[in-house]
Write a protein of this length. Structure first.
Length: 390
């Protein structure tokens, strides 16, 4: 198979690094606007499998011509490009996966292309990061083990292992993405009803070995398509994990309008976007650099199985690979999208059209493949003979 990777940023690089290890991958085409920097990275891989090509993602002709070079395209660009890439992939007759971005209904627009993709004989799976992505796959897998799903609770966080005040946080992906997830409302299902709640609310303690008591709170985008896939559950919620006190500090910034994309102020007769200033100021303070990070995940799926109340729990703690200088977030995210792209390419996934991850990615195979890459997801379960109905 030939795989096109769009974007030679952190995630794109790690996807390429994973793809070349598969003997079934004949060639990786890495597309980026900065050809020289991408080529320097490829030289470190010591392989002749990777070809660097110039990509202008905002130009549909450039996008389609690059995508057409492969059988599967991995979209590692910023999520504002997701719909454009999906349409170009369908036009080119190429399978496509992306890292997600549920802000502004991007994924809904891609899911609406189902019939077009099916007619072209291609498979598109959006939202294949960690959250959304990994959490969807695990929630879907847990659900297959139950007769009736009643509750799905999702917790994910990328955090530094050596936190420094005042925010105890380091940037592992775009701050604009972080700001969006902190300011857009969070969808959830409570008592069987779909609701929206403010992000940065609903703070609760959560414990992980080696990290102690942390906090979890609502943020937008995390439940992705799950509220449509499981509309009849009693509870469905997603919360982001951080060190204690994080939500309160960022809520103050949000309440003051510092994270509002429409907030402009005049300074010395110049109109200045406040959010852009805050973003650039925080970049310096929150740069990960060579410091170690970790990604924590817990997915809890509960329901009924053979007249018993059963709960399946999936937990992951992945840390930075200091040998390859690969961040924990890159290990969890890039490997997820790479594994699923390879499943499509080698025929493990055969349905055609556009699908949410939880409806099509085989969970057991996914967990095994991630373990091969050092990303270990542990499954535990417990049951009770007494079924409680709400």
């Amino acid at each position: 198979m030939k795989v096109v990777v769009l974007g030679a940023g952190l995630m794109g690089k790690e996807v390429a690094r994973d793809l070349i290890k598969n003997s079934k991958v004949e060639q990786v085409i890495l597309g980026d606007i900065d050809v020289k920097t991408a080529q320097k990275f490829v030289e470190t891989l010591k392989t002749d499998k990777v070809e660097v090509v110039e990509l202008h993602a905002e130009n549909d002709d450039s996008l389609t011509s690059v995508i057409a070079k492969g059988n599967v395209v991995v979209n590692a660009l910023f999520y504002s490009f997701n719909e454009r890439v999906a349409r170009a992939a369908i036009e080119a007759g190429v399978h496509s996966v992306d890292l997600g971005g549920h802000i502004g209904g991007v994924t809904d627009k891609i899911l609406a292309l189902h019939e077009e993709a099916k007619a072209k004989g291609v498979t598109l799976i959006p939202d294949l990061g960690v959250a959304p992505g990994m959490v969807n796959i695990l929630a879907g897998y847990g659900a297959t083990k139950l007769d009736e799903v009643e509750s799905i609770k999702l917790y994910v966080g990328g955090i530094p292992t050596e936190p420094k005040p005042p925010l105890h946080y380091t940037r592992v992906f775009s701050l604009d993405g972080v700001f969006d997830h902190y300011t857009e409302p969070s969808k959830m299902i409570q008592k069987g009803k779909l609701e929206e709640v403010p992000s940065l609310s609903g703070i609760e303690p959560i414990y992980f070995d080696d990290f102690g008591v942390l906090e979890a709170f609502y943020t937008s985008g995390g439940i992705s398509t799950l509220y449509k896939t499981f509309p009849n559950v009693h509870t469905l919620e997603y919360k982001t994990i951080r060190y204690k006190g994080h939500a309160e500090k960022f809520k103050l910034l949000a309440d003051l309008g510092f994270l509002d994309a429409s907030n402009n102020v005049e300074v010395d007769n110049l109109e200045v976007p406040v959010r852009a200033v805050v973003r650039e100021a925080l970049k310096k303070k929150l740069e990960l650099g060579t410091k170690p990070d970790a990604v924590l995940l817990r997915v809890i799926v509960s329901g009924e199985k053979a007249q018993q109340q059963v709960t399946y729990e999936y937990e992951m703690v992945v840390r930075k690979d200091m040998t390859n200088n690969e961040t924990a977030m890159a290990r969890a995210t890039a490997n997820t999208i790479s594994v699923v792209a390879q499943m499509i390419g080698d025929g493990a996934i055969t349905e055609r059209g556009v699908f949410a991850p939880e409806t099509i990615v085989p969970g057991e195979t996914y967990i095994k493949e991630m373990a091969k890459r050092g990303v270990v997801i542990k499954e535990t379960s417990h049951k009770s003979a007494m079924i409680v109905k709400w």
